[in-house]
Write a protein that binds this ligand. Structure first.
Ligand SMILES: Nc1ncnc2c1ncn2[C@@H]1O[C@H](COP(=O)(O)OP(=O)(O)OP(=O)(O)O)[C@@H](O)[C@H]1O
Ligand SMILES: [Mg+2]
Length: 376
């Protein structure tokens, strides 16, 4: 093959490689720059809409793998910045809707996305919502699903730490229009208020600002084509829960509780709220169900039966019981969720089973948005 023909062949392969963060082929995005093959080396230039584009390492690995498949093993990758027109083109390709005026419904509401939205909620704090959210998301992703995690716990955000996200999202855009590209960790796209405030400053926002922030997280974030958007809800039934129910009327709600009957009564409120706003309640997860001590005996530290009782009250299935497990707590503190760091741990197995059950539930048909009639 002549060298020019080889340049063309390499460029062709590159065009089909998908950028993991933008979730589209490099060719379509206009990211393939100059390609030059010679002396057994393929020198390729990637044109980037932003230097901090997330998951560059994953992209480079995909490029090397695709080229290795056609016998090109020596690859040098350089990068160049895109000009404004090229960035506009990227925004078009990823389906950016400019802010300002008009309806700002997210693709999860309009039915453009086929993603199932799973809201993990609870009546009170500290029952393990964030632990379940993060492990469930990673378990679904490990099973091949495209998964996003939205940390909607604006005051008590802990998802970035639990998933070990060490970088903020990237904003790509020109002047005052653009899109937020979330970081990817453990195969999952993540957005959290924690990226936009510093950890030691409490968030003092009130209803309307929170509503706006949640809208931005859903509309201005490039989630890509997801199978699941898993949401870590704040405890209780406050402003954020109400906003979320308006933004995501097709969300399926999972209520997390501990085995204490009293905890179940509080959790019931979260469940009833889902029913009131017409979200679909799909089940209960009981967390901290027991502690297995050496010898195999199970100690029911927090009592027994709360999960099953709540599920019966709400007339939904008990999706699973997650035992107390030190590996789960350590995984949350180190950013390595237990389903990845210790897949054999009892809590990991329980959460994988819950993920499998959720996958099997037939989602309710996505409702089309109602006709909007202008009032004059
Ligand atoms: N099954 C479990 N085994 C051991 N530790 C657990 C388990 N579930 C949760 N934890 C630990 O309990 C603490 C609270 O869990 P988590 O943060 O997930 O709860 P939460 O409901 O999200 O709390 P908050 O309301 O504060 O957001 C964390 O330190 C977590 O690591
Ligand atoms: Mg939490």
């Amino acid at each position: 093959m002549s060298e020019h023909a080889e340049d063309g062949a390499v460029a062709e392969v590159l065009r089909d490689v998908r950028d993991p963060a933008l979730d589209a082929p490099l060719g379509e995005l206009g990211m393939v720059g100059a390609v030059e093959c010679g002396d057994g080396v393929a020198r390729i230039e990637l044109r980037l809409p932003d230097h901090d584009l997330p998951a560059r390492d994953v992209l480079e690995a995909r490029i090397r793998a695709a080229l290795a498949d056609c016998g090109v093993n020596d690859v040098e990758i350089t990068t160049a910045d895109m000009d404004d027109d090229a960035i506009h083109h990227v925004l078009d390709v990823i389906g950016h809707t400019p802010a300002g005026g008009g309806i700002r419904d997210s693709r999860f509401k309009t039915g453009q996305s086929h993603a199932r939205v799973i809201a993990i909620s609870s009546g009170k704090g500290g029952v393990g919502k964030s632990s379940i959210t993060t492990n469930l998301a990673v378990a679904l992703a490990a099973d091949g699903a495209a998964v996003g995690v939205l940390d909607a716990d604006v005051w008590g955000f802990s998802v970035p730490r639990m998933l070990g996200v060490d970088r903020p999202p990237t904003m790509i855009g020109v002047e005052d229009t653009g899109m937020i590209i979330p970081p990817l960790v453990h195969g999952v796209r993540v957005v959290s208020m924690g990226f936009f405030t510093d950890e030691d400053t409490p968030v003092m926002w009130r209803g309307p600002m929170l509503h706006k922030a949640m809208e931005q997280f859903l509309v201005d974030v490039h989630w890509g084509e997801l199978d699941f958007l898993v949401i870590d809800m704040p405890p209780g039934t406050g402003d954020v829960s109400i906003s979320m129910s308006q933004f995501l009327p097709t969300a399926e709600v999972v209520v997390v509780t501990t085995p204490q009957p009293a905890a179940g009564r509080v959790a019931q409120r979260a469940g009833k709220m889902a029913a009131n706003v017409d979200q679909q309640l799909i089940g209960v997860v009981e967390n901290m169900s027991w502690l297995e001590i050496p010898g195999g005996e199970r100690r029911t530290v927090f009592g027994e039966g709360g999960g099953a009782e709540l599920a019966a009250d709400l007339e939904v299935p008990l999706l699973g019981q997650v035992p107390l497990d030190e590996e789960l707590r350590v995984g949350a503190d180190t950013g390595e969720p237990v389903v990845i760091s210790h897949p054999e741990a009892p809590a990991a197995a329980a959460i994988r089973d819950i993920a499998a059950r959720i996958r099997k539930i037939a989602p309710r048909k996505i409702r089309r948005p109602e006709l909007r009639i202008k009032q004059t």
